[in-house]
Design a protein around this ligand. Structure first.
Ligand SMILES: Cc1cc2nc3c(=O)[nH]c(=O)nc-3n(C[C@H](O)[C@H](O)[C@H](O)COP(=O)(O)O)c2cc1C
Length: 204
C-alpha cells in the first residue's frame, strides 16, 4: 500500500516540501508498512485544462505535457491515499495545484479511478491566518468531485487539514502546532487507508 504526497509549490525543497515530508514520515511511522512517494510539481510542466473533451472517450489528455505520465501513477490500485500540499497564494492554492487538479478530470471520466482513495490536504502560508483553511477546503472540494474520502485533522489543532505558517529564514520549524497538524493528517490518512483496505483491496 502506498500514500502519495504531491508538492504543489513551484519552489522545490522549501517550506511546503518540508511540511509534506514531516506528514509522510508520520504515515511511515504507523504500523502497517505503508510506503510513501512525493511528486514534485516543480519538476513537471502541467498546463491548465482547456476543456476540449478529448478525455471523455479515452484515459489520456490531448495536451502534450507532463500530466499523462501521472495517470498510471495516481490510478495505481496500490495507491490508497493522496496528500496534496500547497503553499497559500493570495488566500488560495497555487496555480500549479489548480492546473494539476483540473487535469485529473480524465481520471474521473474514465472509471472514477480515484474513488475511495483517502485524501488529505496540507497548506502552508506566510502568515498565521493567511487563507490556509480556505485553501484546504478548496482542494478537498476537488477530491470530493472524485469521490475520494477526505480526512480532517482531528479535534486538537486543525479541523480541516494541516495548516502551517512559515518563516522566510526558519521555514516551518518554528511552527510546532502546524507541524503537529501535518503529523495528524499523515496519521489520519494512514489509519483510514488501512481500514478501508483491510481485505487487501478497495474496489471502486
Ligand atoms: C504570490 C504569493 C502569494 C502569497 N500569498 C499568501 C497568502 O495569501 N497568505 C499567506 O499566508 N501566505 C502567502 N504567501 C506566502 C507563501 O504561502 C509562503 O511563503 C509559503 O511558505 C511558500 O511555500 P514554499 O516555501 O513551499 O514555496 C504568498 C507567496 C507568494 C509568492
Amino acid at each position: 500500500m502506498k500514500i502519495i504526497g504531491i508538492n504543489c509549490s513551484p519552489r522545490k525543497g522549501r517550506t511546503t516540501q518540508e511540511s509534506l515530508e514531516i506528514c509522510l514520515k508520520a504515515v511511515r511511522n504507523k504500523a502497517g508498512g505503508i510506503e510513501t512517494d512525493i511528486i514534485e510539481m516543480a519538476d513537471l510542466y502541467i498546463r491548465g485544462c482547456v476543456g476540449c473533451g478529448y478525455c471523455r472517450n479515452q484515459l489520456k489528455c490531448k495536451q502534450d505535457d507532463d500530466f499523462n505520465s501521472l495517470i498510471p501513477v495516481l490510478s495505481n490500485e496500490d495507491v490508497a491515499g493522496i496528500i496534496i500540499a500547497t503553499p497559500v497564494y493570495l488566500g488560495m492554492m497555487t496555480s500549479q495545484c489548480k492546473a494539476f487538479l483540473d487535469r485529473t478530470v480524465v481520471l474521473a471520466r474514465n472509471g472514477s479511478l480515484l474513488r475511495n482513495k483517502v485524501g488529505g490536504v496540507l497548506a502552508v502560508g506566510g502568515v498565521r491566518n493567511g487563507g490556509q483553511e480556505l485553501t484546504i477546503q478548496a482542494v478537498q472540494a476537488a477530491m470530493l468531485c472524485h469521490d475520494m474520502v477526505c480526512v480532517g485533522g482531528g479535534t486538537k489543532a486543525a479541523h480541516f487539514g494541516a495548516a502551517l505558517v512559515s518563516d522566510e529564514r526558519k521555514g516551518v520549524t518554528c511552527d510546532e502546532i502546524g507541524i503537529e497538524t501535518a503529523r495528524d493528517i499523515g496519521r489520519r490518512v494512514a489509519d483510514l487507508a488501512m481500514s478501508l483496505n483491510q481485505d487487501g483491496k478497495n474496489s471502486p
